[in-house]
Each structure stands twice: as C-alpha cells, then as structure tokens.
Design a protein around this ligand. Structure first.
Ligand code: PLP
Length: 452
C-alpha cells in the first residue's frame, strides 16, 4: 500500500461513527476496527472507506464470536458418533433438563423438608432396570471405572486378561486408568486366550479384584478363549475378591431384535454375578453423558463413600435427563421414544422412501441428488464391525466443497464421502428432521454457488 493510499484510510473514529448503533460493547468493536485497519495498512485487505471498514469489522467479530458448539444433523450413518455428542436425547429428557434448569430438589428431600441425597434420584431406577441391589451415577463411564477401581482396589492388585487391556478411544486406556486409580495391574493369559485357571493362579494375598472389560471397538475371532462371566464371578466369590465388569455401552434392550449381533445386556452382566457393572449413559442407553455403576449393595456403597465421588458427581441437568430416559425404559416406551432405538429400528424400506422424498424436494429447488444404498453402524464402541443396510442422499456436486458448505450451515450437516460423492445417510437422522436436512442442503448449495 502506497503512502498516499495509507493516508486515505479512514480513522478509527470515523469507522466507528460510520458503523452507527453497535450490537457489541464499544471496546470490542474498536479493537476489531483497529485490526481491520491494520490489515488494510499491511495490504492484506482492501478497504473502500469508513462504511466498508465498519462492515469488515462486523464480519470479523461475527466470525470470531460464532459458537463452535452448534447443532449438527448427523448424516454420517453412525448412530452414536462420539464426535457429534453420541446419543441424541428424547424429548422427555430435553423437557426434564429445562425443568431442572432453575432451582430443583437436587440435594433436598421434598417429602421430609430437609437436606436430601443427590445420589437418590436415579438410584432406584437404575437398580430396578439392571436387576441390581444398588446403583450410583457419575459423569461418564471412564469415571465409573476409575471410581470402582479406586474404591475397591486402591494399593492392591487387579487381575485383567491381556486381551482386555484395551484402548477405548480418546486416550482411555485400561492400564492407564488402573494406574490412576492407585491399583496395581496384574496381567494374565495371552492376547487371544485366557482361562479361569490363569485368573486363579494370579490371585494372591494382595489381590482386590478381577476386572473384565468389554471389547467395545474391535472383535477378536479365530483361536480365542475367554471365560464365562459366571465362572469368573464364582472364582471371585470363592477367593473373597470383587469382580468389576466394564460393559462399555451397556444396553437394557436386546440388539439381536434389530438384526444386529447380540450385545450382552446390563441385566445379564449383573445376573452373571459381577459386584459392579459399569456402563455409559450416552451410548446404547440413549441418555445424557453419564457413567452408571450397578451391582451389589456393599460394593456400590464403597463407591458412593469414596472421596473421588465428590469430583465425579453428575450435575442436576444430567440427572434430570438420565431419570427421564430411564423412565422410558421402565414404562416400556424406550423403543418408540428414544432416538437411538428409533434410529436403529428404522427399516431400509422406510429409509429409502424418506431418501426419495428428500431427493424430490432437492430437485424441486434445482439441487441434483440421488438415493444410494449404504451400510450404517451403531458406533459408540458398540457392536464393532456390525452394519445395518441404510440409504443416503448422494449430492451431485464436488464432495469436498459440498461438505464444507454443509458444515458451515445452521444447523450444520455432517455426511460422509461414498464413491466420490457426499452421501447424507438417513440412519442417524430422525424422520421429523428430514425437512430441516433438505432445507440445509438447499441453503448450502445456494451459498457455494454464490461463492463459485
Ligand atoms: C465407551 C467405553 C468407555 C468409556 O465410556 P465413557 O462414557 O465415554 O467415559 C469405557 N469402557 C468401555 C469398554 C467403553 O466402551
């Protein structure tokens, strides 16, 4: 920029005056104007007068102030997408969050009119559904595992099969969690085969527990062996130690009813004799992020009494959403009202009909797309390698540009690339959102056409 051009740049005051009434505090706007004028001086931006500079400052602020946590339509075909917040909540759970958002009886016993128990709200429901004596809720399943090991095995040994020393993702590695809990890991068996006798030989004076971990995100096949839960539970009982079972996803319903492999239910794991069974609130359970631990009264009482409990306790919004979600199971409404189960239950023919309707709506707005057959997954560390036949709307446009434009929308849409086309899989989209999805695609198409 020449000296003459630089002199022609408006002053900060002139730009602020030209901006008129401000929607943000003045100092923030002034700082944005300074940054715009700096860029103009440095030749990184051209500014055609005070009004243009004011517009650029507004845009800069809007971009910077845009929330990074935004609504997304999950068109990835992965029902429980950890990066997209896992289980979408049921309307009943959302309503419960709104109700609890003000003052609520979190630690207040309304019947007695005195201080109550935060841990009381979900306790009976979880225990009833799990068929367990007692239950406790923490922030997530990683916290539940940590708490169980800290409460039952700190400074003592925990026996784990080598084939179960897994990494779940997000850096959650069983050996690390064990170390953090203060327990000492004792590995038994080989990667592919572990027998009850391996566990039995490893149990000694210092052993506090056997930890069993569900292989959530991978499958071992071939020459593999792993003892039954019941056998491990009997061994633990015989030797006076605890059996802790990290189920991972933890489902109350039988996934085999949906053409998927059978995933051990929470009730099964509890009935098989584990002292503590831990599982997530936001995987197949379909509720908010939470960690649930269900099991024998004594063991759960030890978890509840541990000092870590204070740091891991759930907030009132989580508790409200969790209780509302669990009530749907109790009342036999889970399959009809929980988004996760509605998505898993959607039949290919229904998905195809919806995809055709969306393609027609797009065509009516001049957006080219077609229906493609896809395979969707449950995700969230449940049912690895299991897929369900699904349908997607594939956009007839450059996949990378379409994806970027869709991510930039409100709501954002995240799909996946199939055969060089951006495919919007309907498995994890609820039918009531089909119209929103079509509108988002139409709006995004208009944006990328304008910009090209
Ligand atoms: C998902 C998973 C966890 C972690 O659960 P979060 O609720 O994400 O903390 C732990 N163990 C297993 C086996 C899992 O699948």
């Amino acid at each position: 920029m020449s000296v003459a051009d630089r002199r022609r740049l408006p002053s900060v005051d002139a730009v602020v005056r030209a901006a008129g009434p401000l929607a943000v505090p003045r100092p923030r706007f002034v700082a944005a104007v300074r940054a715009v004028l700096d860029d103009a001086r440095g030749g990184r931006l051209s500014v055609a007068g005070a009004e243009d500079a004011a517009r650029a400052a507004r845009e800069r602020l809007a971009l910077r102030d845009r929330r990074t946590l935004r609504r997304v339509l999950n068109a990835t075909g992965v029902v429980l997408q950890t990066n997209l917040g896992r289980a979408p909540l049921a309307p009943a759970a959302v309503a419960a969050i709104a109700e609890a958002a003000g003052a609520a009886s979190v630690e207040y016993d309304l019947a007695a009119g005195r201080r109550g128990e935060r841990h009381g709200h979900a306790r009976a429901l979880v225990a009833e559904l799990a068929g367990a004596e007692d239950a406790v809720v923490v922030n997530n399943n990683a916290a539940a595992v940590l708490l169980a090991l800290a409460a039952l095995a700190s400074r003592r040994e925990v026996v784990v099969a080598r084939g179960e020393l897994v990494e779940i993702g997000g850096g959650f590695r069983i050996p690390d969690v064990l170390r953090r809990s203060g327990a000492k890991l004792v590995e038994v068996g080989t990667t592919n085969r572990t027998y009850v006798k391996d566990y039995a030989a490893a149990i000694g004076e210092r052993t506090a527990a056997i930890l069993r971990v569900h292989a959530s995100n991978f499958r071992m096949t071939g020459f593999v062996a792993r003892p039954e839960d019941r056998a491990l539970a009997s061994l633990a009982r015989e030797r006076g130690i605890a059996l802790v079972h990290d189920l991972g996803s933890g489902t109350f319903l039988d996934t085999a009813a949906y053409g998927l492999a059978h995933e051990q239910t929470v009730q099964d794991a509890v009935a098989a004799g584990a002292d503590v069974v831990t599982f997530s609130g936001d995987k197949l359970l379909g509720g908010p992020q939470a960690g649930l631990a269900a099991g024998r009264g004594e063991a759960i009482a030890a978890l509840r009494a541990h000092p870590l409990m204070r740091a891991l306790r759930p907030d009132k919004l989580t508790l409200a959403a969790l209780v509302a979600t669990l009530e749907l199971y109790r009342d036999g409404r889970a399959e009809r009202e929980l988004p996760v189960w509605r998505m898993i239950a959607a039949a290919p023919a229904a998905l195809a009909a919806r995809a055709r309707a969306i393609v027609a709506a797009l065509a009516a707005s001049g957006v080219g797309a077609r229906v493609v057959a896809t395979e969707s997954t449950v995700g969230g560390g449940a049912l690895p390698e299991q897929t369900q036949p699904s349908r997607a709307v594939a956009l007839e446009a450059d996949a990378a540009r379409a994806a970027a434009a869709l991510r930039d929308g409100e709501p954002a849409v995240v799909g996946r690339v199939v055969d060089d086309r951006l495919a919007l899989d309907l498995r994890a989209i609820l039918p009531e959102d089909d119209g929103v999805l079509a509108q988002a695609v139409i709006a995004a198409t208009a944006r990328w056409r304008r910009s090209s």
